[in-house]
Design a protein around this ligand. Structure first.
Ligand code: FAD
Length: 360
């Protein structure tokens, strides 16, 4: 009977294990995670978990019994350090060797680091351990600097501001979330943060000395794909592990899915990596289908969301290449959608507090 080994038990890795069983796979499934926790959701780490509305139990995808009942062997706290593609074995840091027939790489991404010399504590947010550390540091800090005005930095800023902290967001670009949002939405989020007392410094980089004035620094300046394991095994990598439309890497028994996978996206019309739950879950289903002999190409519409205070923004499609756009809704009340068109065809929609538009 064949065996599937999955490296990484985040959104993508856990989904591929679950989908394989749902689709009738009867072989052995081993889900290996370097983290010690049962697999959990990441989005609440900067939202509900940080502001105390969600506990660790609320974050778990499934309880331990689910994995037992479905014969998904969880191997927790075990980092895989090498793949021997010739002998089809992965090697763990503990020296353990695990054989596979099919291997799925769901290794995600890690935070881009900033080299700053400062006297105060500098924290990042990627996993549950980071979030627990950040949550307790926030309780003890009053003056907090957030470096990076992207989604994660701003969600942390919102949680900290709601907890009554003095928050300063430092962004090198001239507007917030500039990589993915149009100016009108950047402006709305800027205004809301300012109304909540957050100081937002645009076009700014502070020196180590200036940063030393804060109690705590939180850095959110993007991520890098965890592709080193794949690259060392000779798999093609370029801004992620290169996969085809079925999530197969340059080795036909190894798949890559989620944040670590570089795929050709039909909506972006180019190769890219997407960092979202939707992408991780949908690519996992495509890989599971292909492992079971059903070749369904990955053509899912990308979507993403962010919650900051009372602003819930949902994005569908890719809004970087359009020749026309239209508004629907009430701009003044922060309840509207922007529809983006190319050659008279809708290519993306951003919906602010208009969930029905997003669903449509
Ligand atoms: P991950 O979930 O990162 O899982 C990869 C796992 O692999 C990790 O646990 C890692 O430790 C493990 N691993 C890596 N290398 C090894 C190894 N060698 N051996 C063993 N294990 C290994 N997305 C949204 O769509 N909406 C949001 O609102 C949103 N908010 C977010 C908020 C935060 C704070 C963060 C961090 C992310 C957020 N995201 C959001 C992004 C989303 O969580 C990711 O896109 C998603 O987790 C990607 O899933 P993945 O399985 O590819 O990677």
């Amino acid at each position: 009977m064949s065996s599937v080994v999955i490296i990484g038990a985040g959104h993508a890795g856990t989904q591929v294990a679950v989908s394989l069983r749902e689709m009738g796979f009867e072989g052995k499934i081993q889900l290996i995670a370097d983290e010690p926790h049962l697999p959990y959701q990441k989005p609440p780490l900067s939202k509900g978990f940080l502001n105390g509305k969600q506990t660790v139990e609320n974050l778990l995808f499934r309880n331990e019994k689910f994995y037992d009942d479905n014969q998904i062997e969880l191997v927790l706290g075990e980092e895989i350090v090498a793949i021997d593609v010739e002998n089809k074995i992965v090697k763990a840091e503990s020296d353990k060797s695990i054989p596979y027939d099919t291997l799925v790489l769901a290794t995600g991404a890690r935070n881009r680091k900033l080299s700053i010399e400062t006297k105060c504590e500098v924290l990042y947010l990627r996993d549950l351990t980071d979030a627990q550390r950040l949550k307790s540091a926030l309780e003890n800090a009053q003056n907090i600097a957030i470096i990076g005005g992207g989604f994660i930095g701003l969600e942390v800023a919102a949680s900290a501001a709601e907890a009554g902290k003095n928050v300063t967001v430092i962004e090198a670009q001239d507007r917030l979330m500039a990589r993915v949002l149009p100016p009108v939405l950047s402006e709305i989020f800027l205004t809301r943060h300012q109304e909540m007392g957050v100081k937002v410094l645009l076009n700014t980089k502070l020196s180590s000395e200036e940063l030393s004035a804060f109690d705590l620094i939180v850095v959110g300046i993007g991520v890098l794909p965890n592709q080193e394991l794949a690259a060392a095994a000779g798999l093609e990598c370029h801004n992620g592990i290169v996969v085809n439309e079925y999530q197969m890497t340059s080795n036909s028994v190894i798949y890559a899915i989620g944040d670590c996978a570089n795929h050709f996206n039909v909506f972006a019309d180019k190769r890219c990596r997407l960092e979202s739950v939707q992408n991780a879950v949908d690519q996992a289903k495509i890989a599971a289908s292909h492992i079971l002999g059903n070749a369904i190409p990955y053509h899912a519409v990308p979507w993403f969301w962010t919650n900051q205070y009372d602003l819930k923004l949902q994005m569908a499609g890719i809004n970087t290449d359009y020749d026309n756009y239209a508004f629907r809704g009430d701009l003044g009340a922060n309840r509207f959608s922007i529809f983006y068109y190319k050659n008279e065809k809708i290519v993306a929609a951003d919906s602010l507090n208009r969930p029905a538009d997003h669903l449509a």
